[in-house]
Design a protein around this ligand. Structure first.
Ligand code: C5P
Length: 220
């Protein structure tokens, strides 16, 4: 039985998943799961801990707020969400995310967010592994140059100086690692619909996905 209340959005880095997920959550009043942020938060904990059980202990002490429409992570009273958006954390998360221990540690928390309220799940393996029963599965792609340009602007807004050529290379390497890993690789679910956002505005992507969602829930 397919779950009408879950929309999964998977795809490579900077394909526009985050913005799409946020807008969908707002429009449909669903909860938002930014699974990449969880992998980043786990990596942040792992750096302090050096082994998985200690990392998990630290991770469970973080406060993760997803109900506000944009997921936020707090360490004690400090909002560390922006800190987790740094490229060095992304690199560490990319490495750690290929390990079975990391993925096992995060899966139940991700699944616990599914409820009658509805969930938009953004990541790499949302439709294939975490929520295989989701009724609507989107695989969002875009050309690597377009994605690098988007990430460039995002990082500049976050006061991080980056070089465009390095950024394209980093994105390529991270995508390759996500696609090639043995556990939960970045692949489209068989029942997903591919959307290419290279030539679309965020608004057009949102409308397209809302149409797909309406069709999908009608079919069930
Ligand atoms: O999406 P974001 O760039 O924040 O994700 C950071 C890293 O976490 C990715 O490079 C990817 O390796 C990993 N990740 C993952 N599975 C997910 C979400 C993110 O492996 N569902």
């Amino acid at each position: 039985m397919k779950n009408k209340k879950i929309i999964t959005i998977d795809g490579p880095s900077a394909s526009g998943k985050g913005l799409l997920a946020k807008e969908l959550a707002k429009q449909l009043n669903f909860i938002l799961l930014d699974s990449g942020l969880l992998y980043r938060a786990y990596s942040y904990c792992f750096e302090k801990a050096h082994n998985h059980s200690e990392a998990m202990e630290l991770f469970s002490q973080l406060k993760i707020d997803g109900v506000t429409g944009a997921m936020a992570v707090y360490e004690k009273e400090n909002n560390i969400t922006q800190l987790l958006r740094h490229e060095n954390i992304a690199k560490a998360a990319s490495k750690l995310s290929s390990l079975k221990e990391t993925r096992n540690n995060l899966i139940s928390f991700q699944r616990s967010l599914a409820s009658s309220h509805g969930l938009i799940a953004d990541g790499r393996d949302m439709g294939t592994v975490v929520f295989p029963d989701a009724a609507t599965k989107i695989f969002l792609i875009a050309d690597v140059e377009v994605r690098a340009q988007r990430r460039f602007l995002e990082l500049q807004n976050n006061d991080q100086g980056v070089n465009m050529r390095d950024l394209i290379e980093d994105i390529r390497l991270r995508d390759e690692a996500d696609r090639a890993r043995e556990i939960s690789p970045l692949v489209p679910a068989l029942d997903s619909i591919e959307v290419n956002s290279s030539l679309l505005t965020p608004h057009e992507v949102l409308n397209k996905v809302l149409e797909i969602y309406k069709e999908r829930i009608k079919e069930i």
